[in-house]
Design a protein around this ligand. Structure first.
Ligand SMILES: C=CC1=C(C)c2cc3[nH]c(cc4nc(cc5[nH]c(cc1n2)c(C)c5CCC(=O)O)C(CCC(=O)O)=C4C)c(C)c3C=C
Ligand SMILES: [Fe+2]
Length: 421
């Protein structure tokens, strides 16, 4: 193993072990200690633990990780506004972000420490000793990235449209948009936060955070079987997501294809973020029958109304004794199903931001995230229908929004964005 390779595979855990031997900066910087580090790595590889390969998701590849990757327990999502108008500075920034992300997703610190006590550390430190916990870091470009600043207006993907105003939208600019979005997912909230924080730090002088939102779902510890998570309205959410582990399904639903324009987005995807606040207090006063009619599914089992099991097919033609559809036509699933003809890949998380100090009500809801190949044919018509007819609208309000071109993946030596700039 070369010295470079050796350094590249030293995890945050190994780094702490090394620090215990004789000082982190000294050891990492010292070529003569290579043999020692190598020995410890071998040990950590065979002993498993949190840095076991099963807990790491490769950063480099054809597609960015974090899109069809099975969902982790936590998300920390942030959108940046660029404060430079120089495309070469943006390139440099993406090169640095890529290098740091490649390291952090493998359980390493954001960069190599010099050990110089007269300088601030390169990594902020709160993830030292913590495992990789399936961290993924996914980058996307907002519509504003393609304004006049960087000379890339002509390269804006036709599918990266400005979202129309949907009925009932109450969007706030402080929770919307951004030139660049970064979705960090991990099985530990501190590890996820650490990644965003270090990207913010690297971006200083070139990019500022515009908004940031953390999200969660039940953890693997609470539900080792990994059953469908429940949203904050108490229903299983994600049951009828398309199986994107099937490559043909992912190609149809998620990935911009080689034939789709522009070519630089091939193997990328379009992300929609909607911050959807729930009127939890109203929901909690609603009867179980009304709640189930709102979603069109049974609360406990997650089965479609009138069926027994969660994964039973949606039978929208089924009628009850009164002759009415068993799954109401204005229910969320009846509408979102789109007759089975339009599909998106949902990857959202619950959020809770304490209380709204004006009303004393809970400020909580769904950080809706979905990926699709072309939002003009997928998310937009679906949301248009939901916004105008969904019974769920009595209990939710969309308060933040963004659409982002999630770039194709890159390989070691390249950088996220290298197909475009
Ligand atoms: C425009 C897309 C969608 C938005 C916005 C949305 C918001 C939203 N959804 C729930 C809860 C559930 N959604 C469920 C199913 C479901 N939702 C969408 C799309 C949007 N949801 C789709 C495409 C589907 C699948 C439809 C199908 O073909 O069956 C369900 C049922 C279980 C499941 O299949 O996941 C729940 C529950 C909330 C709470 C919400 C906004 C806050
Ligand atoms: Fe939904």
């Amino acid at each position: 193993m070369s010295h470079e390779e050796n350094k590249a595979t030293i995890s945050r855990r190994d780094a702490l072990k090394l620090a215990g031997v004789g000082g982190l900066g000294l050891l990492l910087g010292a070529g003569g200690m290579t043999g020692l580090a190598s020995g410890m790595l071998q040990k950590s590889k065979t002993t498993g633990g949190n840095d076991h390969p099963a807990n790491t998701v490769p950063f480099y590849g054809k597609h960015q990780a974090g899109i069809i990757t099975p969902m982790q327990d936590f998300v920390c999502m942030g959108a940046f506004d660029l404060t430079t108008s120089s495309i070469s500075e943006v390139r440099e920034l993406f090169q640095k972000w890529t290098a740091a992300s490649a390291r952090m997703t493998q359980g390493q610190s954001a960069g190599e420490e010099s050990g110089n006590t007269l300088l601030p550390p390169v990594d902020t430190g709160e993830a030292l000793g913590l495992g990789a916990v399936r961290t993924t870091i996914t980058f996307g470009l907002g519509t504003s990235f393609f304004d006049e600043r960087f000379g890339l207006a002509g390269k804006r993907p036709p599918a990266l449209v400005d979202l129309p105003k949907f009925k009932g939208d109450d969007l706030r600019s402080e929770w919307s948009g951004g030139d660049v979005v970064v979705q960090v997912c991990a099985d530990d909230p501190q590890v996820a936060f650490h990644a965003i924080r270090n990207l913010v730090r690297i971006g200083r002088g070139k990019a500022v955070l515009r908004w940031m939102q953390e999200g969660f779902q039940r953890t693997g510890a609470a539900d080792p079987k990994g059953s469908t998570p429940r949203n904050l309205l108490g229903f299983k959410d994600g049951t009828n997501n398309p199986n994107v582990q099937d490559a043909a399904v992912a190609d149809e639903v998620v990935w911009a294809g080689a034939g789709d324009q522009p070519a630089w987005m091939g193997a990328g995807s379009y992300m929609i973020m909607r911050r959807i606040r729930m009127r939890i207090e109203v929901w909690d006063r609603t009867t179980l029958g009304e709640q189930e009619a709102t979603f069109g599914r049974h609360r406990d089992s997650g089965a479609p109304l009138g069926s027994r099991n969660e994964f039973d097919p949606l039978d929208l033609a089924k009628t009850g004794q009164d002759g009415k559809p068993r799954i109401p036509a204005d229910s969320h699933v009846a509408l979102a199903h789109m007759n089975g003809k339009v599909r998106i890949h949902r990857r959202g998380y619950s959020y809770s931001n304490g209380i709204d100090i004006k009303t004393g009500q809970l400020d909580a809801g769904l950080l809706f995230i979905c990926y699709n190949r072309d939002p003009r044919n997928q998310f937009i018509p679906m949301q248009q229908l939901l916004a105008s007819q969904d019974k769920l609208n009595e209990y939710i309000v969309h308060v933040g929004s963004g659409i982002y071109a999630c770039l194709p993946g890159t390989s070691s030596g390249g950088y996220i964005g290298d197909t475009l700039f």
